[in-house]
Design a protein around this ligand. Sequence first.
Ligand code: ADP
Length: 370
Amino acid sequence: EPRGSRDDTKDKKPSSSHAAQKEPMYELADSSDPGEATPEALEDEVWNQRVKTALKSLDKGVDQAAAKQILNEIVIHGDEVHWDDIAGLEVAKLALKEAVVYPFLRPDLFRGLREPARGMLLFGPPGTGKTMLARAVATESKSTFFSISASSLTSKYLGESEKLVRALFQLAKALAPSIIFIDEIDSLLSTRSGSGEHEATRRIKTEFLIQWSALQRAAAGKETKNADAAGDPSRVLVLAATNLPWAIDEAARRRFVRRQYIPLPDGPVRVVQLKNLLGQQKHTLTERDMRQLEVLTEDFSGSDITALAKDAAMGPLRSLGESLLHMRMEDIRPIMLEDFKASLKSIRPSVSKEGLQEYEDWARHFGERA
Ligand code: ADP
């Protein structure tokens, strides 16, 4: 296998898990190995230098341990998602290009009246590609991608969360252009967390809103001064995602000037995704079969489709039992429509009709439609 081959990276696109990261290298030790001058190694070297500079440039008040934790656990480096990996969602892609990608690549064109929004909320049913979109934005705008789930702030990191939030925003500025992606934002900005039920959660929420406001003010100030790109607050965007948009309290909701609905895929988009998934596989599915599957997968989300295709792809192996251990690759039968039909017995849409209606209603009142 060649190093960093395309297929190698294709498969490991975990939704919001940070498990498949490269080894952390932020101990400020010089690890450069002159024998290994591959493009990847050079890129890593450039990245390590940027990180060192960023760590040194942080304010005195920023906790270095928290900053390192962010670099190790929250910055996603490598393992990219591109627009074409995402089936459908053309309207959302366009909105994100205009709001983020173009302004990040050409900040000079987006000033004054064209000043971009500093926050965007992606909402919709689970498994529809919100995380993928955020990652594609980071890739396509050549930004540093910070990805954290709000629920981990209020659980896993509880106690150090405020420090972490502060370090997060500081690092994002130092490593700008940056995308701060906050998944499950509802658990941070819900009405409940403001009610004093959980003192610690309330403090994190406050810290988050303070940091975000400061960022917006700094960006507005910088813009008039036409500042250079180093530590640039005008090139940091907060992207947030939620499956529970109605749980976000009103004040917090209004801070997201842009609210983009990410709906379930329609029939043709489901077919595009299925074709992408089957692209590298041996299969017998015809256009007619695809039309059948289009109907059979009504109400499936993108992640339901992926789950279905993965299960169906196991079909040819399942019938073999132990003997698969001695089979040659070319003797394995292709994936067929029947495999999909068998998998459809157990793999069902994860969002109910009623559930879907709630998203539609919320989108009508508070969102932009995709
Ligand atoms: P969300 O953040 O909306 O819950 P994700 O972006 O994490 O959903 O998607 C979960 C998985 O579902 C992805 O890793 C991918 O396999 C699949 N998926 C979801 N939406 C799409 C899409 N529009 N195109 C291709 N794959 C998708």
